[in-house]
Structures are given as structure tokens and as C-alpha cells.
Design a protein around this ligand. Structure first.
Ligand code: SF4
Length: 600
């Protein structure tokens, strides 16, 4: 009986604390309430799920499934210091030959992937956190720290053992340079609020015409004409129209949106506001990836300032009848939410499962209403076009790829960072500019993009040849490409949302196959099986994640067959060979068309 009484009073106390967190959260968005509960209790308990569901009037099963879906929510307690090392090939935890994750885990006496018995610390890993220009990096309670080395790891361990709050950690650890190495069309132009003034002054029809004529294509990767997207949305019937800025850049090796949001947030918000003006939307959302949560106070401050200046809100720049405001929603660690329909699902407080399309978001988007979803860089470029006009934009780039592209350059180069080039630039020029030597491969557009070898460095960036969302990863001669392929395969298997079987099962089988080959236990049979599986995943998956998840593997098999060959059991690989000559020979006998024919 006494036990029952204790349990009941214990639960009542717990419920009271949970309710207090919920009611003090200054947002009614499910993700934000769950973030608050997670921060306070270091996990989201079954009791908390019931309370959140009841507070928001949602089914318990919906809240439960959301908690289980997102990587940054936990159903069992994490440590008061929750450390997540980025496992990206560019900002990952291997530095100077040291495994920094293991170093910290050993130093603090914690098993990697687990929480210490005193609840002080958890150490684990997460997908790329977008700090690739700053070396090895981690998140501590969602705040990034980069430039990790053994010395810094020791310092972090000492601070954790002393239970120092993050506010008392060295402030310079939380400052990040933009590392803008090359500016071109957009980044050279420092005007900001003139964009809005000019754009509104043009009128909605003329502005839409200017955006369309400019040839601006979506910078997230898909490359759809921005003006046409805005036009479709504008013409779609609905009770309300919405603007969504996709700031969920999760492609490993991509960090350009981080810099745009940090140093050019005004212009990005102007682009969104102008889009709202064109399509007749009163509400915009910026969906910020959970890994960039540290930018939230800055972005909220920019929004508050803009409201005060009459650049957002009920009367914008005295424009009669134009009302527009922007709300920020913070994601919780799901790469798939970069897919526009998955992002909308997440905005609606659900799991980030891509929708069946059509209908497309321009007619049936957020809450089933017409919605424009564009990338951060797209809104940034649209704002600049509203100021300078379509001719100014089209004067740069190529026929099918107007304007410039902002790249996130990382990997084996002496000057990683942000580089802006007109479309049409050669890969070799970028490699020369970022300080490389003896490069064996470049991964363009991230793991879902294209892997090229040194015979292809004359190829050009652009929708005609090599499109990219912005990731540009450089791999020097010393890199073990097999470990890169394996890393990418683990990434996709981890990030698959699990909705469709070809991707859910296929990405795991590809990961297992690559692990087997990388460990020296694979055979030619395994390689053939992987080719078959890669083709199936590519053709049968429901969304872009699955359809591109095997690209790196297929490119690797085509361009670097010897990398696979030398790992196989019964390999004919001769260790003392001339790699360049062999590479050239392999290229000649293994053209892309041959690979495609083999897969067909
Ligand atoms: Fe989910 Fe993968 Fe299917 Fe896309 S392809 S819906 S990520 S399981």
C-alpha cells in the first residue's frame, strides 16, 4: 500500500514538473515542446509523451512515433552533458590519426554510445553537423564545438568532470568564422534591405516576371525554375498560401546555409518576404536543422529587429494590405526532412516521411495549402535579383545554369570554406583555389551526388554537367576511399526513414556489403550482389534519398574498381603497381555506359 502511495505521489510530482515545462515553452509546436522536455529531463518519458499529447490534443501514438523518429529525442535518459561527435568524412572525429570519440570516452570512463552510471555524460555520434570547414567537431547539448584535437578533448573532459555549465566554457569555442574564401555575384553585393524596397516597388507581377526571366533554379539540388514554382503556387487555390525556407541542409559536406543564416539572414528573410508578396502569403516558416539550433537566438533577434523596422508584420514598408511574418521551426536531427514534403510533414508535427507526389507542395503543401518551399540560397539569390534585375543575374553562369553557386568546400585542401563561382567553372579551378595537391577524387553534391576521378577535373559545375546542392568534398591520394564509401553507406542506412522496403532494407544490405568488403572478407560475388542491390534501391525507392543512396557506390565501382578489387578475398591485386597507369587502364575498360548497361 505504501509503495502505491509513494508511486502515485511520485508520478504526481513528475507530472507537475512536465506540465510546468510544457506551459513555459513559448511555442505550441510539437517539436519545440519535445525539445524543451528533452532539455529538462534528458529524455522524453512515457509520462511526458502522455502529457504532451494531452496538452496539444494529439493522439498519444502520434507523439510517441515522433519521439521515436527523430535522432535528437531519446526515450531513455541521456547524460546531463550529451556529447555527439560528427561522423562525417570531413568534420568527423578522426583527427591526426586519433579517434577523439574513443579518447573522450576513455578519459571519462564511459562506453561509447552509452550514458555514464551517474547520469553525468553520454557520448555518441551523429551525422554531419555542418562544421566541415572547422575540422573535427561535436555537439554538446546541441551546441557545436569544432577544431577538436587531443588537447581540447582533455579540456572538455575536465570541464565535464567539474560539472561546469556551458556558459562557463571558453567563449571562443562557440565562435565560428564564416571562412568565405571567394565571393562572386551574390556575396560581393552587400546591399540588404534595399532588396525588399525595390522588390515591393516593382509590384508582384513584375517581380515574378523578373525572377522567372532570371533563370534562377532551386539551389537545394533539384534545380526547378524558381519563378515557375512561385507562379504555380500563386495560381493555386487555397484558404492560405505559405512560404517555407528549407534550412535543413543535412547533406554531409554542406555548410553554406549556415554561413548565409549567420551573416546574411536579413537578405534571406527579404527573399522569403518577397516570395510571400508574389504568391499572396501572409506567413512564412524557416525550418532550421537541429544541428544549427545555436543560430536560433541570432535569427530570432534579426526577425525581432525587422518587425520593429516595419520590414515584417502588419504593414510592411507602408505597402497597403501586405501582411507577412516568419516563424522558425527547429528540426530534431533527421536528414530526410531536407526533402520538401518530409519537411512539411515535420512542420505539421509528424514524422518526416516523404509524401506521395503529385500533388506537389505548390498546390497541396503545409496544411494542404499552396506552399513554396525553397532553399536558403534560393531566397538569398531571389532577393538580390529583385534589386538588380534578371539581366544582371543571367549575365553570370551558363545557358541552363544562370548565376552563381555557393559551395561548401571541405576535405583534403589547405583552405576549406565557402567559395562562390559563376556556374560553368571547372573542377580543376576550384581545386587550385582551395589549395590541393595530388587529389584522387572529388565528391560533388555530397554522398548522394557524383564522385569523379582525376581524369574528369576539366568537367564543369552546372545543371548541364555536374549539378550540386553545394557540397564539394576533396579526397587526397592518402585517403582510403573504401572507408569513405563505407561511411556514406552507413549514413544512408542510418538516415533512411524506413517507409519503403527497397530503401529501408536495401541501404542496410549495401552497408553490410561494404563493411564485408572493407574488412577483407568480400568476394566478387558480393560485389555483383551489391551492384544488383544498388540498381534496385535506385529504381524502386519512394523518394530522392533512396534513389540516390547508391550513387557513391556505383560511381566508386565504375571509377575506382581497383579500390574494391584490392579488398577482395582471392584478389588479383598486385600491391606494387603504378596506380596512375592502372587507373587510366581501368577508366578505359569501365566507362559509365558500360556500368549502366551492366545494371540494366
Ligand atoms: Fe524513406 Fe528511403 Fe523510402 Fe525515402 S526512399 S521514403 S527515405 S525509406
Amino acid at each position: 500500500m505504501n509503495n502505491d502511495v509513494n508511486t502515485t505521489s511520485c508520478n504526481a510530482y513528475e507530472i507537475e514538473r512536465i506540465r510546468s515545462v510544457i506551459t513555459h515553452t513559448p511555442s505550441s509546436h510539437l517539436l519545440h515542446i519535445l525539445h524543451a522536455v528533452q532539455r529538462q529531463f534528458f529524455h522524453i518519458s512515457p509520462l511526458a509523451i502522455i502529457e504532451v499529447a494531452s496538452h496539444l490534443g494529439l493522439p498519444i501514438s502520434q507523439v510517441e512515433s515522433v519521439v521515436e523518429f527523430y535522432a535528437f529525442f531519446y526515450t531513455s535518459p541521456r547524460g546531463r552533458y550529451n556529447i555527439l561527435f560528427s561522423n562525417c568524412t570531413s568534420c568527423g572525429y578522426m583527427a591526426h590519426g586519433k579517434n577523439l570519440l574513443q579518447l573522450l570516452a576513455q578519459r571519462l570512463g564511459v562506453v561509447a554510445g552509452e550514458t555514464s552510471s551517474n547520469g553525468l555524460v553520454s557520448i555518441g555520434e551523429t551525422s554531419c553537423i555542418g562544421m566541415c570547414d572547422h575540422g573535427a567537431a561535436l555537439l554538446v547539448n546541441t551546441t557545436p564545438i569544432a577544431h577538436l584535437d587531443a588537447e581540447k578533448i582533455e579540456h572538455i573532459a575536465t570541464l565535464i568532470q567539474a560539472e561546469k555549465p556551458l556558459a562557463d566554457w571558453p567563449a571562443e569555442w562557440f565562435q565560428f568564422d564564416d571562412n568565405i574564401r571567394r565571393k562572386d555575384l551574390l556575396l560581393n553585393d552587400m546591399t540588404a534591405s534595399d532588396c525588399l524596397c525595390n522588390g515591393l516597388g516593382r509590384g508582384a507581377d513584375s517581380l515574378l516576371n523578373e525572377i522567372t526571366q532570371s533563370g534562377l533554379r532551386g539551389r537545394g539540388g533539384a534545380g526547378f525554375n524558381t519563378g515557375i514554382k512561385w507562379k504555380f503556387c500563386r495560381e493555386a487555390k487555397g484558404a492560405a498560401h505559405y512560404v517555407v525556407c528549407n534550412a535543413d541542409e543535412g547533406e554531409p559536406g554542406t555548410f553554406k546555409d549556415r554561413i548565409l543564416l549567420h551573416s546574411h539572414a536579413d537578405t534571406v528573410f527579404e527573399g522569403m518576404t518577397l516570395c510571400g508578396f508574389v504568391i499572396g502569403a501572409a506567413k512564412g516558416f524557416l525550418y532550421l536543422r537541429g544541428e544549427y539550433r545555436y543560430l536560433l537566438p541570432h535569427l530570432e533577434a534579426v526577425l525581432a529587429r525587422r518587425r520593429k523596422l516595419g520590414l515584417l508584420g502588419n504593414i510592411i514598408l507602408s505597402q497597403p494590405g501586405y501582411v507577412f511574418d516568419i516563424e522558425i521551426i527547429v528540426g530534431a536531427g533527421a536528414y530526410i526532412c531536407g526533402e520538401e514534403s518530409a519537411l512539411i510533414e515535420s512542420m505539421e508535427g509528424k514524422r518526416g516521411i516523404p509524401r506521395v507526389r503529385p500533388p506537389f507542395p505548390v498546390t497541396h503543401g503545409y496544411l494542404g495549402q499552396p506552399t513554396v518551399v525553397n532553399n536558403v540560397e534560393t531566397f538569398f539569390a531571389a532577393a538580390k535579383i529583385s534589386l538588380h534585375g534578371s539581366a544582371w543575374f543571367k549575365a553570370s553562369g551558363t545557358e541552363k545554369s544562370a548565376g552563381s553557386k555557393i559551395l561548401s568546400v571541405s576535405g583534403d585542401c589547405s583552405a576549406p570554406g565557402i567559395y562562390e563561382y559563376p556556374f560553368g567553372i571547372t573542377i580543376q579551378q576550384i581545386l587550385d583555389d582551395c589549395g590541393t595537391k595530388d587529389i584522387q577524387a572529388v565528391q560533388i553534391g555530397g554522398p548522394s551526388g557524383t564522385l569523379i576521378d582525376k581524369t574528369e577535373f576539366k568537367r564543369r559545375l552546372g545543371f548541364e554537367d555536374l549539378p550540386t546542392g553545394g557540397s564539394f568534398m576533396v579526397f587526397g591520394r592518402e585517403r582510403d576511399l573504401m572507408s569513405i564509401f563505407s561511411n556514406f553507406a552507413h549514413f544512408f542506412a542510418h538516415e533512411s526513414c524506413g517507409f519503403c522496403t527497397p530503401c529501408r532494407v536495401g541501404t542496410t544490405l549495401l552497408k553490410n556489403g561494404l563493411d564485408k568488403i572493407a574488412s577483407g572478407h568480400g568476394t566478387h560475388y558480393d560485389v555483383d550482389e551489391m551492384k544488383r542491390m544498388a540498381a534496385l534501391v535506385k529504381r524502386r525507392s519512394h523518394c530522392g534519398l533512396g534513389q540516390t543512396a547508391a550513387n557513391h557506390l556505383l560511381d566508386g565501382l565504375q571509377r575506382f574498381p581497383l579500390v574494391f578489387e584490392q579488398h577482395l578475398v582471392h584478389s588479383n591485386f598486385e600491391p606494387h603497381f603504378n596506380l596512375d597507369a592502372a587507373l587510366e587502364e581501368a577508366r578505359q575498360i569501365s566507362h559509365r555506359d558500360d556500368a549502366a548497361a551492366h545494371l540494366a
